[in-house]
Design a protein around this ligand. Structure first.
Ligand code: AMP
Length: 425
């Protein structure tokens, strides 16, 4: 079977890597892909921001399965359009993806279904904001309703700062587009966990848990990024907690969406805060996370494609996912200046030496193939990923591989996994 993967980041490279391992797959096509994916699979040009471009590509390629990586094509309705044309596709419909594409929709949904989440108010103008901020103690969380590429959440130290942040979201000064709705939220404290599951709209199969590092600087300091590293260990969640999250968060979400006639199939990513009162939902994503996917898929032993087909066909209950015990870790190498402005086009060396280390995979995020040479082409450039018997070993291998890799201005955090290592020496 031919599988078409839409997207071009580290997440999609990891998906391509896992999908290629399936005996059911004869060809992987990446659209548009990146330098690393081009070295392993056929890449074709595509604009994932254009429904027309993607549909033309699927019609031309006739894949047996299309896998949608990023949120943008989901928000445009690529899944609905492909289902209408009789193609098999892994991902949620446009309405189901609103769990991610509208934070207001997600908060109302969580409240309707009594799924634990931070207290909130949804405001459409300054007067409503002024009333809402009185209900919360600083710090106050202010969120844009729509997709904001990780830039739509502001933690405000005073009510005045919250009002200013909301003003900037309404006027478009902060994100460019003018927000119609702004969400004000109670500030939660605790450890953050990424809990992802596959679902066919009815059944839920959890993936191994992960914890990511969003800040650019060591010690979790400095501005937020798309993610500078992530790790996955069994000890992030004990079995009782995993069951609790499954029964009180993941399953009620999938059931609630089905009951409301917007069944959600694909990957449901629950961003959770493990508070003193128990896990609470911070956000949903309607797709795999980046770089969580790189670390999680390294631990998947069973066939990803079989599970994705089961999701697309509503028969996930027949499928059991098998995982390698132990740990995995992914360390992101970024361009100097990221998450601000950065330069691209620098040749990358040492990739082969890094990949030769047993247990290591180097997933490309922002790279291009130029005259046979791999060069940098994005802010996040590589996700150096390793699997080990425990977190210390996985991190050791990832950093050993990172040591082999060079490009002008390379930056990576040297403290990925530090919280887990501190609590479990
Ligand atoms: P979100 O896109 O909603 O997941 O928010 C991005 C990040 O902002 C999260 O990963 C948290 O670190 C932080 N955040 C979001 N909501 C809250 C909250 N209610 N309390 C504390 N931190 C939050």
């Amino acid at each position: 079977m031919k599988v078409l993967i839409l997207g071009s980041g580290g997440r999609e490279h990891a998906l391509a890597w896992a999908i290629r391992r399936s005996p059911r797959v004869s060809e992987v096509v990446c659209a548009p892909g990146n330098g690393g994916m081009a070295a392993q699979s056929r890449c074709v040009p595509a604009n994932v921001g254009s429904l027309e471009s993607m549909l033309a590509l699927v019609e031309a390629e006739q894949p047996g399965l299309t896998v949608v990586g990023p949120e943008l094509p989901l928000s445009l309705g690529i899944v609905d359009a492909l289902i209408d044309r009789g193609f098999r596709v892994f991902g949620p419909t446009r309405e189901a993806a609103m769990l991610e594409t509208s934070k207001g929709f997600a908060k109302r949904f969580l409240q309707r279904h009594a799924i634990p989440t931070a207290g909130y108010a949804i405001c459409t103008n300054r007067e409503e904001m002024e009333q809402a901020v009185e209900r919360f103690h600083p710090p106050i969380v202010v969120k844009a309703d729509g997709l904001a590429a990780g830039k739509g959440v502001l933690i405000c130290e005073s009510r005045q700062a919250a009002l200013e942040a909301a003003g900037g979201l309404f006027s478009g000064a902060l994100l460019g587009a003018k927000e119609q709705q702004v969400i004000v939220e109670e500030f939660l404290t605790g450890e953050e966990i990424s809990f992802l599951c596959l679902t066919d709209g009815k059944h839920v199969a959890p993936l191994v848990p992960a914890q990511d590092h969003k800040r650019i600087g060591e010690g979790d300091t400095g501005p937020n990024t798309g993610g500078m590293g992530v790790y996955s260990t069994d000890s992030l969640l004990d079995e009782g907690m995993q069951e609790w999250i499954l029964h009180h968060i993941a399953q009620p979400t999938v059931q609630g969406m089905a009951d409301e006639d917007t069944p959600f199939a694909g990957v449901l990513y629950c961003g959770l805060m493990m508070t003193a009162k128990g896990p609470q939902v911070l956000e949903f994503n309607a797709r795999f996370g980046d770089p969580e996917t790189q670390a999680i898929l390294m631990r998947l032993e069973s066939d990803l494609v079989e599970a994705m087909e089961a999701c697309a066909e509503g028969r996930l209950s027949d499928t059991a996912l098998r995982w390698t015990p132990g740990a995995s870790a992914c360390v992101i190498a970024s361009s100097a200046g990221y998450p601000g402005s950065y330069k691209s086009g620098f040749p990358i060396t040492g990739l082969d030496a890094a990949a030769r280390i047993p247990g290591v995979e180097v997933f490309h995020s922002g790279t291009a193939l130029n005259d046979g040479r791999i060069v940098t082409s994005g802010g996040r450039v590589l996700g150096v990923t390793a699997i080990g018997d425990d977190l210390t070993q996985a991190l050791g291998l990832a950093y050993e591989a990172m040591n082999e890799i060079h490009f002008d201005g390379i930056y990576y955090r040297r403290d990925i996994g530090h919280r887990a290592l501190k609590s479990k020496p």
